[in-house]
Design a protein around this ligand. Structure first.
Ligand SMILES: C[S@@+](CC[C@H](N)C(=O)[O-])C[C@H]1O[C@@H](n2cnc3c(N)ncnc32)[C@H](O)[C@@H]1O
Length: 287
Protein backbone atom coordinates (compact mmCIF):
# COMPACT_ATOMS: atom_id res chain seq x y z
CA UNK A 1 0.00 0.00 0.00
CA UNK A 2 1.12 3.57 -0.55
CA UNK A 3 2.14 5.38 2.61
CA UNK A 4 -0.19 8.20 1.58
CA UNK A 5 -3.18 5.84 1.94
CA UNK A 6 -2.38 5.42 5.63
CA UNK A 7 -2.22 9.22 5.97
CA UNK A 8 -5.57 9.59 4.19
CA UNK A 9 -7.18 7.08 6.52
CA UNK A 10 -5.77 8.85 9.59
CA UNK A 11 -6.90 12.28 8.38
CA UNK A 12 -10.40 10.95 7.68
CA UNK A 13 -10.50 9.98 11.38
CA UNK A 14 -9.38 13.50 12.42
CA UNK A 15 -5.83 12.60 13.42
CA UNK A 16 -3.16 15.25 12.96
CA UNK A 17 -0.19 14.53 10.68
CA UNK A 18 1.98 14.36 13.78
CA UNK A 19 -0.24 11.75 15.45
CA UNK A 20 -0.44 9.68 12.25
CA UNK A 21 3.33 9.59 12.05
CA UNK A 22 3.70 8.64 15.71
CA UNK A 23 1.22 5.78 15.23
CA UNK A 24 2.98 4.60 12.08
CA UNK A 25 6.35 4.64 13.85
CA UNK A 26 4.84 2.61 16.67
CA UNK A 27 3.24 0.07 14.30
CA UNK A 28 6.31 -0.27 12.10
CA UNK A 29 8.81 -0.03 15.00
CA UNK A 30 10.79 2.58 13.13
CA UNK A 31 12.05 6.14 13.66
CA UNK A 32 10.55 9.26 12.09
CA UNK A 33 13.57 9.41 9.76
CA UNK A 34 13.00 5.83 8.57
CA UNK A 35 9.30 6.52 8.09
CA UNK A 36 10.11 9.56 6.00
CA UNK A 37 12.15 7.40 3.61
CA UNK A 38 9.38 4.82 3.09
CA UNK A 39 7.07 5.11 0.08
CA UNK A 40 5.12 1.89 0.60
CA UNK A 41 3.93 0.07 3.70
CA UNK A 42 2.84 -3.60 3.60
CA UNK A 43 -0.96 -3.90 3.83
CA UNK A 44 -0.51 -6.34 6.72
CA UNK A 45 0.16 -3.32 8.98
CA UNK A 46 -3.19 -1.72 8.21
CA UNK A 47 -5.07 -3.70 10.88
CA UNK A 48 -2.72 -2.54 13.68
CA UNK A 49 -2.80 1.01 12.38
CA UNK A 50 -6.60 1.02 12.38
CA UNK A 51 -6.66 -0.42 15.90
CA UNK A 52 -4.65 2.53 17.24
CA UNK A 53 -6.68 5.04 15.24
CA UNK A 54 -9.85 3.59 16.75
CA UNK A 55 -8.49 4.40 20.23
CA UNK A 56 -7.88 7.99 19.12
CA UNK A 57 -11.52 8.20 18.04
CA UNK A 58 -12.51 7.35 21.62
CA UNK A 59 -10.48 10.41 22.76
CA UNK A 60 -8.08 8.35 24.83
CA UNK A 61 -4.95 10.52 25.37
CA UNK A 62 -2.29 9.75 22.78
CA UNK A 63 0.35 8.76 25.35
CA UNK A 64 -1.92 6.04 26.71
CA UNK A 65 -2.53 4.68 23.22
CA UNK A 66 1.11 4.61 22.21
CA UNK A 67 2.41 3.87 25.74
CA UNK A 68 5.07 6.49 25.39
CA UNK A 69 5.54 10.22 25.73
CA UNK A 70 8.22 12.59 24.55
CA UNK A 71 9.91 14.67 27.24
CA UNK A 72 12.91 16.94 26.76
CA UNK A 73 13.40 15.49 23.26
CA UNK A 74 13.46 11.85 24.36
CA UNK A 75 10.82 9.12 24.50
CA UNK A 76 9.71 7.68 27.86
CA UNK A 77 7.53 4.65 28.43
CA UNK A 78 4.24 5.41 30.13
CA UNK A 79 1.42 3.10 31.16
CA UNK A 80 -2.31 3.75 31.29
CA UNK A 81 -2.07 4.44 35.04
CA UNK A 82 0.88 6.86 34.73
CA UNK A 83 0.80 10.61 34.95
CA UNK A 84 1.77 11.86 31.50
CA UNK A 85 4.99 13.90 31.69
CA UNK A 86 4.16 17.54 30.92
CA UNK A 87 5.86 20.14 28.75
CA UNK A 88 5.82 22.54 31.75
CA UNK A 89 7.99 20.13 33.74
CA UNK A 90 10.83 20.55 31.24
CA UNK A 91 11.44 23.91 32.95
CA UNK A 92 12.45 22.06 36.12
CA UNK A 93 15.16 20.25 34.15
CA UNK A 94 16.36 23.56 32.64
CA UNK A 95 16.62 25.20 36.05
CA UNK A 96 18.30 22.26 37.75
CA UNK A 97 20.77 21.78 34.88
CA UNK A 98 21.88 25.41 35.14
CA UNK A 99 22.23 25.24 38.92
CA UNK A 100 24.36 22.09 38.65
CA UNK A 101 26.51 23.48 35.87
CA UNK A 102 27.22 26.68 37.79
CA UNK A 103 28.05 24.86 40.99
CA UNK A 104 31.69 24.15 41.75
CA UNK A 105 31.09 20.84 43.51
CA UNK A 106 28.49 19.08 41.40
CA UNK A 107 30.75 16.09 40.77
CA UNK A 108 31.29 15.51 44.48
CA UNK A 109 27.61 15.75 45.37
CA UNK A 110 24.52 13.54 45.65
CA UNK A 111 21.20 13.77 43.85
CA UNK A 112 17.69 12.70 44.88
CA UNK A 113 14.66 12.82 42.59
CA UNK A 114 11.43 12.51 44.57
CA UNK A 115 8.18 11.32 42.99
CA UNK A 116 10.23 9.97 40.11
CA UNK A 117 7.69 7.76 38.30
CA UNK A 118 8.81 7.66 34.63
CA UNK A 119 12.17 9.18 35.73
CA UNK A 120 11.62 11.80 33.03
CA UNK A 121 13.16 14.59 35.15
CA UNK A 122 16.06 12.56 36.47
CA UNK A 123 16.95 10.79 33.21
CA UNK A 124 16.78 14.02 31.22
CA UNK A 125 19.01 15.81 33.70
CA UNK A 126 21.57 13.01 33.80
CA UNK A 127 21.70 12.86 30.02
CA UNK A 128 21.90 16.64 29.68
CA UNK A 129 24.79 16.83 32.16
CA UNK A 130 26.69 13.88 30.70
CA UNK A 131 29.68 13.33 30.99
CA UNK A 132 29.48 15.19 34.33
CA UNK A 133 28.12 12.89 37.04
CA UNK A 134 26.93 12.97 40.65
CA UNK A 135 28.54 10.64 43.20
CA UNK A 136 25.27 9.08 44.35
CA UNK A 137 21.91 9.21 42.63
CA UNK A 138 18.60 8.14 44.15
CA UNK A 139 15.11 8.03 42.65
CA UNK A 140 12.30 7.82 45.21
CA UNK A 141 8.60 7.14 44.77
CA UNK A 142 5.96 6.10 47.24
CA UNK A 143 4.21 3.96 44.69
CA UNK A 144 5.79 0.52 44.39
CA UNK A 145 3.81 -0.36 41.28
CA UNK A 146 5.63 2.19 39.19
CA UNK A 147 9.22 1.37 40.08
CA UNK A 148 9.31 -1.28 37.34
CA UNK A 149 8.42 1.43 34.86
CA UNK A 150 11.12 3.69 36.32
CA UNK A 151 13.64 0.88 35.84
CA UNK A 152 12.54 0.29 32.24
CA UNK A 153 12.98 3.95 31.42
CA UNK A 154 16.42 4.09 33.02
CA UNK A 155 17.43 1.05 30.96
CA UNK A 156 15.96 2.56 27.83
CA UNK A 157 18.29 5.52 28.29
CA UNK A 158 21.25 3.35 29.36
CA UNK A 159 21.42 4.83 32.87
CA UNK A 160 22.67 2.15 35.23
CA UNK A 161 23.85 3.92 38.34
CA UNK A 162 20.58 5.05 39.99
CA UNK A 163 19.24 3.52 43.22
CA UNK A 164 15.44 3.22 43.14
CA UNK A 165 13.69 3.48 46.52
CA UNK A 166 10.06 2.88 47.38
CA UNK A 167 9.53 5.38 50.21
CA UNK A 168 7.77 8.59 51.08
CA UNK A 169 9.71 11.83 50.49
CA UNK A 170 13.06 11.74 52.35
CA UNK A 171 11.97 9.34 55.11
CA UNK A 172 14.28 6.53 54.00
CA UNK A 173 17.34 8.79 54.41
CA UNK A 174 16.20 9.76 57.88
CA UNK A 175 15.51 6.24 59.06
CA UNK A 176 18.43 4.41 57.40
CA UNK A 177 21.98 5.62 56.90
CA UNK A 178 22.65 6.14 53.19
CA UNK A 179 25.65 7.41 51.32
CA UNK A 180 25.22 11.17 50.84
CA UNK A 181 27.92 13.69 49.92
CA UNK A 182 28.15 17.07 51.64
CA UNK A 183 26.27 18.82 48.85
CA UNK A 184 22.86 17.52 47.91
CA UNK A 185 20.57 18.35 44.99
CA UNK A 186 16.89 17.45 45.17
CA UNK A 187 14.24 17.64 42.45
CA UNK A 188 10.59 16.98 43.15
CA UNK A 189 7.46 17.12 41.08
CA UNK A 190 5.06 15.96 43.76
CA UNK A 191 1.28 15.94 43.59
CA UNK A 192 0.22 19.54 44.18
CA UNK A 193 -3.48 19.83 43.34
CA UNK A 194 -5.96 20.52 46.15
CA UNK A 195 -8.41 17.72 46.82
CA UNK A 196 -11.79 18.42 45.27
CA UNK A 197 -10.40 20.90 42.74
CA UNK A 198 -11.77 19.01 39.72
CA UNK A 199 -13.64 22.07 38.49
CA UNK A 200 -10.30 23.67 37.61
CA UNK A 201 -8.92 20.57 35.89
CA UNK A 202 -9.15 19.24 32.33
CA UNK A 203 -11.69 16.40 31.96
CA UNK A 204 -9.03 14.10 30.48
CA UNK A 205 -6.82 14.58 33.52
CA UNK A 206 -9.61 13.76 35.98
CA UNK A 207 -10.77 10.78 33.91
CA UNK A 208 -7.45 9.13 33.05
CA UNK A 209 -4.67 10.24 35.37
CA UNK A 210 -4.01 8.60 38.75
CA UNK A 211 -5.11 10.40 41.93
CA UNK A 212 -1.84 9.48 43.66
CA UNK A 213 0.06 11.65 41.19
CA UNK A 214 -2.31 14.61 41.34
CA UNK A 215 -3.55 15.49 44.81
CA UNK A 216 -1.16 17.02 47.34
CA UNK A 217 -3.36 18.00 50.26
CA UNK A 218 -6.64 19.32 51.57
CA UNK A 219 -6.14 23.05 51.92
CA UNK A 220 -3.56 24.26 49.43
CA UNK A 221 -2.08 21.22 47.70
CA UNK A 222 1.33 22.47 48.91
CA UNK A 223 1.25 20.29 52.04
CA UNK A 224 3.54 17.53 50.71
CA UNK A 225 6.13 20.12 49.75
CA UNK A 226 5.93 21.69 53.21
CA UNK A 227 6.71 18.28 54.74
CA UNK A 228 9.59 17.84 52.29
CA UNK A 229 11.11 21.20 53.27
CA UNK A 230 10.96 20.30 56.97
CA UNK A 231 12.64 16.98 56.18
CA UNK A 232 15.45 18.85 54.37
CA UNK A 233 16.32 20.64 57.63
CA UNK A 234 16.39 17.30 59.47
CA UNK A 235 18.52 15.74 56.74
CA UNK A 236 21.00 18.59 56.86
CA UNK A 237 21.51 18.06 60.60
CA UNK A 238 21.55 14.27 60.47
CA UNK A 239 24.17 14.05 57.71
CA UNK A 240 25.97 17.32 58.54
CA UNK A 241 25.44 18.51 54.97
CA UNK A 242 27.02 21.71 53.67
CA UNK A 243 24.33 22.67 51.14
CA UNK A 244 20.99 21.45 49.91
CA UNK A 245 19.65 22.78 46.61
CA UNK A 246 15.99 21.98 45.93
CA UNK A 247 13.96 22.49 42.77
CA UNK A 248 10.23 21.85 42.83
CA UNK A 249 7.33 22.27 40.42
CA UNK A 250 4.20 23.98 41.74
CA UNK A 251 0.62 24.57 40.58
CA UNK A 252 -0.71 27.68 38.83
CA UNK A 253 -2.30 28.95 42.08
CA UNK A 254 0.50 28.22 44.53
CA UNK A 255 2.64 31.32 44.30
CA UNK A 256 1.17 32.92 47.45
CA UNK A 257 1.04 29.79 49.61
CA UNK A 258 4.53 28.73 48.67
CA UNK A 259 5.93 32.19 49.29
CA UNK A 260 4.38 32.24 52.78
CA UNK A 261 5.82 28.84 53.68
CA UNK A 262 9.30 29.62 52.34
CA UNK A 263 9.43 33.01 54.04
CA UNK A 264 8.31 31.50 57.34
CA UNK A 265 11.14 28.95 57.09
CA UNK A 266 13.69 31.70 56.36
CA UNK A 267 14.77 30.02 53.13
CA UNK A 268 16.24 31.64 50.00
CA UNK A 269 14.12 31.09 46.92
CA UNK A 270 13.62 32.11 43.32
CA UNK A 271 10.63 31.52 41.02
CA UNK A 272 10.87 30.56 37.34
CA UNK A 273 8.08 31.15 34.85
CA UNK A 274 6.89 28.61 32.27
CA UNK A 275 5.83 29.22 28.65
CA UNK A 276 2.28 30.08 29.82
CA UNK A 277 3.74 32.78 32.06
CA UNK A 278 2.87 30.84 35.22
CA UNK A 279 5.32 30.73 38.11
CA UNK A 280 6.00 27.02 37.84
CA UNK A 281 9.36 26.13 39.38
CA UNK A 282 11.01 27.26 42.62
CA UNK A 283 14.71 26.96 43.34
CA UNK A 284 15.17 26.82 47.13
CA UNK A 285 18.38 26.97 49.14
CA UNK A 286 19.61 28.25 52.49
CA UNK A 287 18.62 25.27 54.65
C1 LIG B 1 3.05 14.54 39.56
S1 LIG B 1 3.75 12.92 39.57
C2 LIG B 1 5.33 13.29 38.90
C3 LIG B 1 5.90 12.20 38.06
C4 LIG B 1 7.19 12.56 37.32
N1 LIG B 1 8.23 12.97 38.22
C5 LIG B 1 6.92 13.69 36.34
O1 LIG B 1 7.35 14.80 36.54
O2 LIG B 1 6.25 13.42 35.33
C6 LIG B 1 3.96 12.76 41.28
C7 LIG B 1 4.71 11.50 41.72
O3 LIG B 1 4.92 11.62 43.13
C8 LIG B 1 4.70 10.35 43.73
N2 LIG B 1 4.40 10.59 45.15
C9 LIG B 1 3.24 10.96 45.71
N3 LIG B 1 3.37 11.12 47.04
C10 LIG B 1 4.68 10.83 47.32
C11 LIG B 1 5.44 10.79 48.50
N4 LIG B 1 4.90 11.08 49.69
N5 LIG B 1 6.75 10.43 48.42
C12 LIG B 1 7.31 10.11 47.23
N6 LIG B 1 6.63 10.14 46.06
C13 LIG B 1 5.33 10.48 46.10
C14 LIG B 1 3.55 9.74 42.94
O4 LIG B 1 3.54 8.34 43.08
C15 LIG B 1 3.96 10.21 41.53
O5 LIG B 1 4.82 9.28 40.94
Amino acid sequence: MKKSEFYEYGVSCFLSKDSIERVLCKVLWCSREDLFLKQDIPASFLYDFQKYVYEFKKWVPESYILWQQEFYGREFYVEPCTLIPRRETELLVDVMRDICLFSADMQTSSYIDIGTWTTCILSSLILELHPLQFQDIYAVDINSAILKLSQRNLERHHIAWVTLLEWSLLSVFLSEKKSLQKTLYISANLPYIKYWDEKNMWNDVVKYEPDSALYGGNKTGFELYTTLLHQCFLLKNTYKLKDIHVCIEIGYDQYDYSQDVLTELWLRFEYFTDFRNIKRVIYISGF
